[in-house]
Design a protein around this ligand. Structure first.
Ligand code: DOR
Ligand code: ZN
Length: 345
């Protein structure tokens, strides 16, 4: 039997939600990831250290018996975030703050309306060594949804990077050749996460033959040339690109809806899907760097101890999972066969 053993990986971009979702989402991620960067877009958003620490405790309480999953908490930036909020968050152990342009995605209406007004806060983050995690899309109505990432680079990202040369910035869930190139050419303080869906799919998988709501996420899937560019950078083994699933559960009824929610729930198959892609790229030797090394190296954290083992064995992602509230959810890539499976210890 063919197996692949890698140092224990982390997920550098994850939505766990809250309340009765946690008994579903926490075990799903904790089955193979030691740490995860937990997104703060709850309702209401996690805007200060106290809220983040209370949320962290709720996540810890939802871990399976004996599991040592370590959630890394983030702050949700708004135009009311103060320098003091950053100092307190850093002191409480919060590693990063997330910048959503207001209205860019799920639960982001309270987010940043005027990015340049955040510069004093970015200044303190730079001083404190707190990372800035960016949802890189403009939200102007007249900008086409497929161009919003590129516009964000040109209008905003270049200026952030120029003004804060010592601020570590993660360009989250990149979807375009433009973003890949921007990150590659930027300094060592800029990196990016890449999701399984943006490596596996392109916009044809969203729209050809009917709308596929379970492939809808934000930033939206782009044309295949962009998908190819993302596959190329992970294949290259560049340490600027690392694993961030953006696993983002929404109940089936919220996805299969006249106004369907954005987000792919990939946690139960995430590491396996990445292995699937890296195998397709003949780059399985690059998986460990992407999944287990480049993330902690960029964040300035220790790499994990221990390993996980994947077995080359076909399995089919289930059509549905039942949430703790008894509602069904359709996992990402449902019904597809994946060639790698996590070996349960
Ligand atoms: O598809 C997405 N879903 N993109 C995001 O940026 C947010 C996420 C969510 O929270 O559902
Ligand atoms: Zn996200």
């Amino acid at each position: 039997m063919k197996t692949l053993t890698i140092q224990t990986p982390d997920d550098w971009h994850l939505h766990l939600r809250d309340g009765d979702m946690l008994p579903e989402t926490v075990p799903a991620t904790a089955r193979c990831f030691k740490r995860a960067i937990v997104m703060p877009n709850l309702v209401p958003p996690v805007t200060n250290a106290e809220m983040a620490m209370a949320y962290r405790q709720r996540i810890l309480d939802a871990r399976p018996e004996g599991n040592s999953f370590d959630p890394l908490m983030t702050l949700f930036l708004t135009n009311n975030t103060s320098e003091q909020d950053i100092i307190e968050a850093k002191a409480a152990g919060i590693v990063a703050a997330k910048m959503y342009p207001a209205g860019a995605t799920t639960n982001s209406s309270a987010a940043v309306k005027q990015l340049e007004a955040m510069y004093p806060v970015f200044e303190v983050m730079q001083e404190q060594g707190m990372l800035l995690l960016v949802h890189g899309e403009v939200t102007d109505h007249h900008i086409d949804i497929f161009d919003r990432e590129k516009e964000f680079i040109d209008q905003k990202m270049v200026h952030i990077v120029k003004n804060f040369p010592n601020l570590k910035v993660v360009f989250e869930h990149i979807t375009t050749a433009d973003a890949a190139q921007f990150v590659q050419e930027a300094g060592d303080n800029i990196a990016a996460t890449i999701t399984p869906q943006h490596l596996l799919l392109n916009r044809n998988d969203l729209l050809v033959g009917g709308v596929r709501p379970h492939n809808f996420c934000l930033p939206v899937l782009k044309r295949n040339t962009h998908q190819e560019a993302l596959r190329k950078v992970v294949q290259s083994g560049s340490p600027k690109f690392f694993l961030g699933t953006d696993s983002a559960p929404h109940a089936k009824e919220a996805k299969e809806n006249a106004c369907g929610c954005a987000g792919c729930y990939s946690a139960w198959s995430a590491i396996e899907l990445y292995a699937h892609v890296f195998e397709e790229l003949d780059a399985l030797d690059k998986l460990e760097g992407f999944a287990s090394h480049y993330g902690p190296d960029f964040y300035g954290l220790e790499r994990n101890e221990g390993t996980i083992t994947l077995v080359r064995e076909d399995w089919t992602i289930p059509d549905e999972i039942t949430l703790p509230n008894d509602k069904p959810i359709v996992p990402f890539f449902a019904g597809h066969t994946v060639h790698w499976k996590l070996q349960q210890s």
